[in-house]
Design a protein around this ligand. Structure first.
Ligand code: HEC
Ligand SMILES: [Cu+2]
Length: 324
């Protein structure tokens, strides 16, 4: 449960068109992109030269007779300019489609991680029961299959370094897979506009060695919070559970109210009632945020019931208490 690491800057490595290719399939995407790009550039140049040349050659002058000639068709020319592009397009289709199949069908030995998109966070569920928010931890040189779904609106899971992107659809599972070629921290974006917090809906794929991965699975499980003082546990959860996307601790309002100095204060709710911010109110705000909505804010906080155990909830309460 470390703080979410920063991702590598996308433009710091890689080529002019793409950030560094980290997944095993990324080079296929880049190759076909470059092929189409250069085919288009070359065809464009040839056509421009030919058009220019014809403009000059066949320009109307008192001497030339072309303008008076009635040309209807030319079989050889027509067949040529139909067959060449057709072959080119079929070739690109074959290349693209076989690449698409490779990218969509995960190898049978891939390990599965579940991804849940929610306004506005990414949640990852690992085979051993671990959960992480905002940070996907995976072993290097291992095929990983993601089974993804959304709890609210459409989101889209996009990792530019891996060249993988797929929508998350409510009530349906979509899949994607990748295999990372080196360790590092890579940016996850939401690539489908999903409301106010869309541009903050970011995450990091942390690619680690196989032994670090096993260690992480052990250390970040429920047992790991054992022995950590409650307020320190709460401080860690503030970032690791993604509360920091919407709540500040310095008094500035974000999507949600700041936590600074709220403990013991009296808050006005959207319903006009007032409520004292105590342990019970804070607990309810996490587990069932829509029960009491703070005035001046939208009811957009996702419920954390099932995502926080009792000790974690207590930790967050203790942490909020300390923010005077
Ligand atoms: C997507 C944004 C978002 C995230 C993520 C989020 N919250 Fe909230 N939270 C809100 C908003 C908006 C409100 C105010 C409306 C309401 O009361 O539901 C709120 C209200 C609260 C309140 C009541 C505050 C008050 O001043 O009345 C508490 C406590 C709280 N959140 C705790 C948490 C904790 C703990 C987490 C992380 C585990 C978290 N929130 C994550 C958006 C968020
Ligand atoms: Cu989104």
């Amino acid at each position: 449960m470390t703080n979410t690491p920063k991702a590598e800057i996308l433009i710091s490595k890689g080529g002019f068109w793409f950030p560094e290719a980290i997944s095993t399939q990324a080079h296929q995407v880049d190759q076909i992109f470059h092929f189409i790009l250069w085919a288009s550039i070359i065809l464009f140049l040839i056509l421009t030269v030919v058009v220019g040349y014809f403009l000059y050659k066949y320009k109307r002058t008192p001497e030339n007779t072309y303008a008076k000639k009635h040309v209807t068709h030319n079989n050889v020319l027509e067949i040529t300019w139909t067959v060449i592009p057709l072959v080119l397009v079929l070739f690109i289709f074959y290349w693209g489609y076989s690449g698409y199949l490779k990218m969509t069908i995960p190898p049978a030995n891939a390990s599965e991680i579940r991804v849940t998109g929610r306004k506005w966070m990414w949640q990852f569920d690992y085979p051993n029961g671990n959960k992480s928010i905002g940070e996907l931890v995976v072993p290097v040189h291992t095929p990983i299959r993601l089974v993804m779904s959304s709890e609210d609106v459409l989101h889209s899971f996009f990792v530019p370094n891996f060249r993988v992107k797929r929508d998350l659809v409510p009530n349906r599972y979509t899949r994607i897979w990748f295999e990372a070629k080196r360790t590092g921290n890579f940016q996850i974006f939401c690539a489908e506009f999903c409301g106010d917090g869309h541009s903050d809906m970011m995450g990091v794929v942390r690619v680690v060695t196989a032994s670090e991965y096993q260690k992480w699975l052990k250390e970040s499980g429920a047992a790991a919070s054992e022995g950590v003082p409650l307020d320190q546990l709460g401080e860690k959860l503030y970032t690791s559970k993604g509360c920091n996307a919407c709540h500040s601790t310095d008094g500035s309002a974000k999507v949600g109210p700041s936590w600074k100095g709220i403990y013991g204060a009296t808050h006005t709710l959207a319903s006009g009632q007032t409520v004292k911010v105590d342990d019970n109110y804070i607990r309810e705000s996490m587990v069932d945020p829509k029960a009491k909505v703070t005035a001046g804010f939208q009811p957009v906080m996702p419920p954390f019931a099932g995502l926080l155990n009792d000790r974690e909830i207590a930790g967050l309460i203790e942490y909020i208490k300390k923010l005077k």
